[in-house]
Design a protein around this ligand. Structure first.
Ligand code: TYM
Length: 334
């Protein structure tokens, strides 16, 4: 079992149910069994063009979303990445033990760079910053969705390479991936649900009920079966969302009933969709209510300030060890 957990999320865009069902619900669960450190990764956000006028408020807003989902500042450290600038220092040092070829293999860079007119070097080296985030806290478990698993492999390679050159400093972090690690788009169930694909593709955790109902009702169901498949990707995705939502609200019977009807060929997709909508709202409604209360209380800045202080204490300890082992600077001070 992992002893120290680290994970991060970008502040740009809306928190969607892919993020929540694939990763954030595990962030929340893991708080009961490990020391957890969670980060809103604003340095990662600037790898593509973001409006500087909105970035800080986006970071605050994402922190509020995470708190509403159940990240508990009494149990975990929650902070904004750039409040601990040591992350960029470690990223530089790690980039000097990372092979160019390893970074060039990252498939997410290929996908993301195709969508950009101006492809930054930061977008390319981003997975090294991600490794620095994790290794800074010597985390051994990282709850993520499936799209981050390749980045975690790279983080492990970087940890091994650093340790073999400079001595055992970093544990090799393992991804913690559960059911829901790849929630698909409702409008195109052959591609991953994502913030960037456009409104119709995702359901926001804080989205209004009427809009969620509309999106679930218009989810693409049968897009044709691939050879050997018994369920189309759209229907499978709705069942997956339903399955996790039922689990979260302690409903042990509905999924089995609907599955049985599906197998017998008597499941109306309208019923499936209505049930998905209802269970999803059972999960999201209390989160949305907590979000409203937290926003009104104005305590997020204090929580992030405290998180940054606690994260900095750990980061500074790691960095003085790293600087000394690598031989950087003129003395042990600073
Ligand atoms: P980000 O901000 O894109 O996504 C946050 C988390 O949500 C998961 N996720 C999904 N899970 C299931 N189905 C989906 N459709 C789906 N879409 C997103 C992601 O896998 C992720 O766990 N590079 C990271 C942020 C990061 C990070 C880190 C993560 C920076 N440093 C260190 C872990 C550890 C990212 O862009 O996630």
């Amino acid at each position: 079992m992992a002893k120290r957990i680290f994970s991060g999320i970008q502040p740009t865009g809306t928190l969607h149910i892919g993020n929540y069902l694939g990763a954030i619900r595990n962030w929340v669960d893991l708080q009961r069994q490990a020391e957890c450190i969670y980060c809103v990764v604003d340095y990662h956000a600037i790898t593509i063009d973001v409006d500087p006028k909105t970035l800080r408020s986006a970071s605050h807003s994402m922190a509020l979303d995470l708190l509403a989902c159940g990240v508990d500042p009494a149990r975990s450290i929650l902070f904004v990445q750039a409040d601990v600038p040591q992350h960029t220092e470690l990223a530089w040092i790690l980039s000097c033990v990372t092979s160019y070829g390893d970074v060039a293999r990252m498939t997410q860079f290929k996908d993301k760079s195709e969508k950009q007119e101006f492809v930054t070097a930061g977008l390319f080296t981003y997975p090294i910053l991600q490794a620095a985030d994790i290794l800074m806290y010597r985390a051994d478990g990282v709850p993520v969705g499936e799209d981050q698993v390749q980045h975690l492999e790279l983080s492990r390679r970087i940890a091994r390479r650093f340790n073999s050159r400079f001595g055992e400093v970093f544990p090799e972090p393992e991804p913690i991936v559960t059911k829901g690690a790849r929630i698909m788009s409702l409008a195109d169930p052959t591609s991953k649900m994502s913030k960037s694909a456009g409104e119709a593709h995702y359901v926001g955790v804080m989205e209004r009920e009427a809009s969620i109902r509309r999106k679930v009702r218009s989810a693409v169901t049968d897009v044709g079966l691939a050879p050997g498949e018994t369920m189309s990707p759209g229907v499978a995705n709705l069942f997956l969302i339903l399955d996790i939502a039922c689990e979260l609200v302690g409903d042990a019977t509905t999924v089995a009933e609907l599955r049985a009807d599906f197998v017998e060929g008597k499941l109306l997709y309208s019923r499936l969709k209505d049930t998905v909508f209802e269970r999803l709202m059972d999960v999201l409604r209390p989160i949305q209510e907590r979000r409203a209360k937290l926003a009104a209380s104005g305590e997020v800045l204090d929580i992030l300030g405290d998180g940054a202080r606690r994260a900095t204490a750990i980061a500074e300890e790691t960095m003085s060890d790293v600087r000394r082992r690598v031989g950087l600077g003129s003395s042990d001070v600073g």
